[in-house]
Design a protein around this ligand. Structure first.
Ligand SMILES: [Zn+2]
Length: 262
């Protein structure tokens, strides 16, 4: 089994003490490639640096998460564009809207999102998108860029049926995380995932966040890591009524094409 974790926050300081061991465990578990999420001015350059240290295994995104939207100045825009000129940086984002936490004011979120969509237009690179509790504004902003954007993935999909079908209707990709394994808030996803065509489906851990609640044994420190991706794929395959090998192969092929990996 060869898997690609399309969203791992490997620059997070919880990995500082054992990052190489984390990568070794990922490889041993069949996670042969990872896309390191860049989600702020501070961490996007670190994501690139990590990718450069592990060519062929690690790739990076460069972007500013809506939580950090207030950071999005002209200098920040120039920094993101400079990062995206590197071949190791395979997607624009994480960017989008988050009205659940509202860590940044909504007008700032919308502006930072639009600026990053323009970078995607200018670079032709795919988009790594985040949306929480902001579906209608998210769709409206994306609509303004209709016909100019390349591929897009709505990462860590946690939404309802209407949101899923809105995304699939627009030909976007869907990233599934261990949220699926959360019996308190992810149960609805189990009935939804069979609707995602294989060529639109990818998998991710969102490590160190979102430790799958069905994982046994569960690590004491509650830290999620890429080596746990096979567990998510097993759960996903069962919900889709597929063999694990089939789900693994399809999501890997989709990610290779989506990010333009070789
Ligand atoms: Zn996110």
């Amino acid at each position: 089994m060869q898997l690609i974790d399309i969203g791992a926050n490997l620059t997070h300081d919880s990995f500082d003490r054992d990052r190489d061991a984390v990568l070794q465990r990922a490889r041993a578990a069949g996670v042969t490639r990872l896309v390191v999420t860049g989600a702020s001015r501070e961490h996007s350059p670190k994501a690139l640096m990590l990718a450069q240290q592990h060519p062929g295994m690690l790739h990076a995104t460069a972007g500013v998460h809506p939580h950090h939207a207030v950071e999005y100045t002209e200098e920040c825009d120039a920094e993101m564009r400079a990062l995206l000129a590197h071949p190791e940086v395979v997607a624009v984002g994480e960017c989008g809207l988050d009205y659940f936490r509202d860590f940044s004011p909504r007008p700032a979120q919308r502006k930072a999102f639009e600026r990053q969509l323009q970078i995607a237009v200018d670079t032709g690179k795919p988009l790594f998108l985040h949306q929480r509790d902001a579906h209608d504004d998210f769709i409206a902003i994306m609509k303004n860029f209709d016909g100019r954007l390349g591929a897009a993935v709505v990462h860590c999909f946690t939404g309802e049926r209407r949101e899923l079908f809105d995304y699939l209707d627009r030909d976007w990709h869907i990233g599934i995380t261990g949220w699926l394994c959360d019996e308190r808030r992810g149960q609805h996803l189990r009935a939804l995932v069979p609707n995602i065509p294989a060529h639109r489906l990818m998998v991710e851990t969102d490590a160190p966040y979102l430790l799958p609640r069905t994982l046994r044994p569960s690590p004491k420190d509650r830290r999620n890591e890429p080596a746990f991706l096979p567990h998510i794929v097993e759960e996903l395959a069962r919900d889709r009524g597929e063999d694990v090998a089939e789900t693994a192969a399809a999501t890997t092929a989709t990610a290779m094409t989506f990010f333009g990996l070789e």
